[in-house]
Design a binder for this molecule. Structure first.
Ligand code: SAM
Length: 229
């Protein structure tokens, strides 16, 4: 249950230095004139953090946030990140300071964490399928949530989806396809994009599907500048 989760009143109320201590100054030191870096990439339902860990070195100068609802799983990812930071603390690059995990219900209050147009990439990797029809409204991509994702993404930003469940793939495609702010990216684009490879290979679910020789369905959508009906 998520009723004990705390949410900032607005993105400005978040103290990001707790999540990115090596990069973000403590909130009390930030004045309105100093621009501090912002989270740009979000992994929604990050699970055990495989995607985050790979993205960390792919985008060393971007802040990347995993959001996960399960307490123990969030703790696991937090410990994993702390260990990686320690292992690389002496190295020149000081890798993994740019990734963090937050326990949150990503279906609620995302605009409390991120400003309009703040994000350049949102990942939805192997989301829970909620097979039964009466559970479909619990799926992480719906028309309402697609509008919220469009609000948080900048024009040119990308929604990445991957699943091994064909029915869920078709559901996500339908809802993003119908949305005037999103346009599907081509197969050629998918084949040439580094992040598509990473979400196929480096997510824990992606690895599991690989072992079971299951299918992986990918769909990526660009956030348009203006609605296209
Ligand atoms: N993305 C990971 C991967 O590909 O390996 C994990 C996939 S797992 C099947 C789905 C994850 O989403 C679970 O860890 C679950 O706890 C999390 N989750 C489900 N609903 C969520 C929500 N509303 N907010 C945040 N996380 C959620």
């Amino acid at each position: 249950s998520d009723h004990l989760l705390e949410y900032p009143k607005s993105p400005n109320d978040m103290d990001w230095s707790k999540l990115y201590p090596a990069i973000m100054p403590p909130k009390s030191n930030i004045n309105s004139k100093t621009a501090s870096p912002k989270v740009e990439i979000a992994d929604i339902g990050c699970g055990f953090g495989g995607l985050l860990v790979s993205l960390a070195t792919e985008f060393p100068d971007k802040l990347i946030l995993g959001m996960e609802i399960r307490v123990q799983v969030t703790q696991y990812v937090e410990d994993r990140i702390i260990a990686l930071r320690q292992q690389h603390a002496a190295s020149e690059q000081k890798l993994y300071n740019n990734i963090a995990v937050l326990r949150a219900n990503a279906m609620k209050f995302l605009p409390n964490f991120f400003e309009k147009g703040q994000l350049s990439k949102m990942f939805f990797c192997f989301p829970d399928p909620h097979f039964k029809a009466r559970k479909h409204k619990a799926r992480i991509i719906t028309s309402t949530l697609a509008s919220e994702y469009a609000y948080l993404l900048r024009p040119g930003g990308v929604v990445y989806t991957i699943t091994d469940v064909k029915d869920l793939h078709e559901w996500m495609v339908k809802h993003l396809e119908e949305h005037p702010m999103f346009k599907r990216l081509s197969k050629e684009w998918e084949d040439s994009d580094k992040c598509v490879q990473i979400m196929r290979k480096d997510t824990e679910e992606g690895k599991k599907v690989e072992r079971n020789q299951g299918d992986k369905f990918v769909a990526c959508y660009v956030r348009l500048e203006k609605p296209e009906y």
